[in-house]
Design a protein around this ligand. Structure first.
Ligand SMILES: [Zn+2]
Length: 391
């Protein structure tokens, strides 16, 4: 690893149990109207959104619900939100407020960028590898991100992942200008997340921490953050699933997710995220579940070329001081395999609905930014063979 890097992070991160009550003061620094993108029905049904809207009003900020989304965002979702923002003449004295998981935050990030970059007519024009290759050159509308699921870390990244139908792929709109201005993480907001979602989003965060650490583009600050995140999340993920109201578990997972976002945005990812994108498109597998399913495979695939970094991770998180690199790396791979089993993560692609005739599509759909960061380079035939063995 060479000491040659940039590090990009949100300018203001506010983290703490119950700190959503500071929303009004934070919002005042961003604008006079808050266009909200809401991700979870629960947060609307249990009164959380009403409380937050009241805090905004008390601070003299007008809350406007602009969109709700309960699945991963598609091109039409972004374009519709952009049209609505333009109709309401959203400008730089307004801002986007995303409250939810990765879907809500990515939808808001993409719309905030497209609405001010009028040289494109659709978010599609800005998506890497499929659109017109347009760049986000104008500053997006300011954005305040409030993650609620303790998983994706997208509140800290410079891209938004959007699904397309034609061709069927997930691609990113990406720019350093897209990093949210304010990130407000209140782990208490995640107590209503159900156990299965907690398990999957938790595994997404763990996968992001591990893949960014062993990535071909690994860098020193992301690696330090990844180790810290794994030390927090590995001992706590089972507890967060078992008892959703556990404050230490929810705090650990929310913090690990934030660190995973900071890490991946400044290094990269790998095999599990590459294949997870394809599983999302062709088998509609939720992102966190797809990552959880692919993490043990990614570790097995990369074990031969990433023994040292995997041993480093083992030494930082497990009692393996007596073992050499090979033994420590094996212990880390085994530990993650056991964790996936304990969390009832499926082990076979057929369990999430993948059919043999989809393998070529999966191989094609796995290529992109994430797979480019994988430590072991795989050609299409190797990748197909690996996936076929897991059918
Ligand atoms: Zn992820």
């Amino acid at each position: 690893m060479t000491l040659d890097y940039e590090f990009l992070a949100p300018p203001r991160i506010v983290f703490g149990w119950g700190r959503r009550r500071e929303l009004g003061a934070l919002a005042q620094t961003l604008g006079r109207r808050a266009f909200a993108v809401l991700g979870s029905c629960t947060l609307q049904q249990n009164g959380t959104w009403d409380q937050l809207a009241a805090l905004l009003q008390q601070a003299g900020v007008e809350p406007i619900v602009a969109a709700s989304i309960s699945r991963e965002p598609e091109v039409t979702d972004v374009d519709q939100l952009v049209a609505q923002l333009r109709e309401r003449q959203a400008c730089s004295s307004d801002f986007l407020l995303a409250l939810g998981g990765g879907a809500a935050i990515d939808l808001a990030k993409a719309a905030a960028a497209v609405v001010t970059n009028r040289h494109g007519s659709s978010v599609r024009d800005f998506l890497e590898g499929v659109g017109k290759g347009l760049q986000v050159s104008e500053p997006p509308l300011p954005m305040l991100a409030m993650p609620t699921t303790g998983g994706t870390g997208t509140e800290a990244t410079k891209n938004a992942v959007i699904s397309l139908d034609d061709p069927p792929v997930k691609k990113s709109i990406r720019s350093p200008l897209m990093v949210p201005r304010v990130v407000l993480v209140d782990p208490e907001l995640s107590v209503s997340v159900p156990p299965a979602t907690t398990a999957w989003t938790g595994m997404d965060a763990l996968t992001q921490l591990i893949e960014s650490y062993i990535c071909r583009f690994a860098r020193p600050i992301p690696q330090a953050l990844a180790i810290h995140g794994l030390q927090l999340a590995l001992p706590m993920v089972r507890e967060a699933v078992r008892d959703g109201t556990s404050r230490p578990a929810r705090e650990a997972m929310a913090h690990a997710a934030l660190l995973s976002g900071l890490a991946l945005a400044n290094s990269g990812l790998g095999f599990a995220h590459g294949v997870a994108a394809a599983l999302g498109v062709f088998a509609k597998v939720p992102h966190g579940l797809a990552c959880a399913l692919m993490l043990p495979v990614a570790l097995a695939v990369n074990r031969v070329v990433a023994e040292k970094p995997l041993a480093d991770l083992a030494r930082a998180t497990l009692p393996v001081a007596a073992l050499n690199d090979a033994g420590a790396a094996d212990a880390f791979v085994d530990h993650l395999g056991t964790l996936c089993k304990d969390l009832n993560v499926p082990t076979r692609l057929s369990e999430v609905g993948v059919r043999p005739e989809q393998l070529d599509d999966l191989v094609r759909g796995s290529r992109g930014n994430s797979m480019n960061g994988n430590p072991r380079q795989l050609d299409d035939a190797e990748l197909k063979e690996i996936l076929e063995a897991r059918l």
